[in-house]
Design a protein around this ligand. Structure first.
Ligand SMILES: [Zn+2]
Length: 419
């Protein structure tokens, strides 16, 4: 009998193997919440869930080698179709044998559709039922995307899991705009399914939208959930709304999705978001936050995010965190990291990124272990009682600073979903 609770095993019994490229087995459920632990199979390996996916926008997780990623326990990474479409181009990636061989990562990869970046760029020139036309942020070239072309591009990139083109409505916007974007997303979802290029090698996840309307969220999840997708990537959240609103939208959507398929929450999150998302039934997360804040000195600990550049770390001879098992904390003192970060030494970017990604991957694993032990509720409450999230005021302050500098909210720039 296969031990399904081990992340490294998957049914050897052929009757239990998935028919399509993506399999998903739920191995334990939390009795008090919607949290579940599972095993997802892909053509390039198995992924225990819950899982956090590091983001490798330009076919690279910034500052890390594939070996670093393996060492820190990353099991699947996300790459951004929009950026790879512009540079180096999907044809070139295909000539190199696809993303896996191009970037030297032989584990699972998920590519988004590029839609989020297109809609949040502000370079959008035209949008209708056929597709979207926009200008490249690199050289201004006019580029057209439609659901069929996105399927062809993602086939060339060759990820294990691909996403269809969707329309992410702006935030805030009126109900009619949310409804129109959701309806178009549904029409495009059907076109993407019909236009799959490598259906036996690549899983296709559907994207439920619905803006900030609970009714539309439920309807979109039911509509997309009824289509033959291999899993679901919930879109259009974490676009500037409050956390409370985001979680209420998720709560409206989740019950309408098929229970037995993996659920990914696009572009979320922070350590505290992982807890909240898992409790609401999410299996997969991706976000640039851990890598981006690491490069700015922000490192995660169970007490909250600290800034390694602050003077309190100058003399600390022990690791940043005694209970962190990452390669950085095993080899270097907090005082050394403090020095590297202040001196803006290149090595700091690698060491800081390794720490934060290991923290996220390990947090997902700790949740998995708790779910398997039937003890997720205790883990959840104990973790949040100790973890001090970046305060709402601090976030608002950062947001205002960004608006002054860049004239747009960071959540509405392509940067938040890619880097
Ligand atoms: Zn560490």
């Amino acid at each position: 009998m296969t031990d399904l609770t081990s992340p490294d095993t998957y049914p050897t019994d052929s009757t239990m193997r998935p028919k399509g490229p993506i399999g998903f087995t739920i191995v334990a459920r939390d009795p008090q919440s919607l949290a579940r632990a599972g095993v997802m199979t892909t053509p390039h390996g198995t992924v225990p869930t819950p899982m956090f996916m590091p983001v490798g926008t330009q076919a690279s997780v910034k500052a890390l080698t594939p070996e670093d990623l393996q060492l820190l326990g990353a099991r699947i990474i996300l790459s951004n179709t929009y950026h790879l479409l512009l540079r180096p181009g999907p044809e070139l990636v295909e000539r190199f044998g696809g993303l896996h061989s191009f970037m030297g990562w032989d584990g699972p990869i998920l590519t988004d559709s590029g839609g989020f970046q297109v809609f949040s760029l502000g370079h959008l020139r035209a949008l209708n039922d056929d597709g979207v036309t926009f200008h490249s942020h690199l050289d201004g070239a006019r580029i057209q995307l439609d659901p069929e072309r996105v399927m062809r591009i993602e086939a060339q990139l060759g990820a294990d899991i691909i996403l269809p083109l969707d329309e992410c409505p702006p935030y805030p916007c009126d109900l009619a705009t949310m409804r129109a974007a959701t309806e178009r997303t549904h029409r495009w979802a059907e076109r993407a399914l019909a236009a799959r290029v490598r259906p036996t090698e690549q899983g296709l996840f559907g994207i439920p939208q619905g803006g900030m309307s609970a009714e539309l969220r439920a309807w979109s999840a039911a509509t997309i959930g009824a289509l033959p997708f291999d899993g679901f990537s919930i879109g259009g959240l974490s676009v500037g709304e409050s956390k409370d609103l985001m979680w209420s939208m998720l709560e409206a959507a989740i019950p309408e999705l098929p229970d037995g398929k993996p659920r990914h929450l696009l572009g979320v999150g922070s350590p505290e978001d992982l807890l909240a998302g898992v409790a609401r039934g999410i299996d997969l997360f991706d976000c640039v936050l851990p890598t981006r804040v690491a490069r700015n000195g922000g490192l995660f600990t169970d007490d909250g995010r600290v800034n390694i550049r602050t003077a309190r770390f100058r003399e600390q001879q022990g690791p940043l965190s005694d209970d962190c098992d990452c390669w950085t904390c095993q080899h270097f003192s907090a005082g050394y990291l403090h020095h590297l970060a202040r001196a803006q030494e290149l090595l700091y970017y690698r060491l800081g990124t390794i720490h934060n990604l290991r923290y996220m991957v390990r947090l997902a694993d700790r949740m998995r272990v708790a779910i398997l032990a039937g003890d997720f509720g205790t883990f959840h409450d104990t973790f949040l009682a100790r973890y001090r999230p970046a305060s709402a005021e601090k976030r608002e302050e950062q947001r205002q600073k960004w608006i002054i500098r860049h004239g747009a909210h960071p959540d509405r720039t392509p940067g938040e979903r890619s880097e």
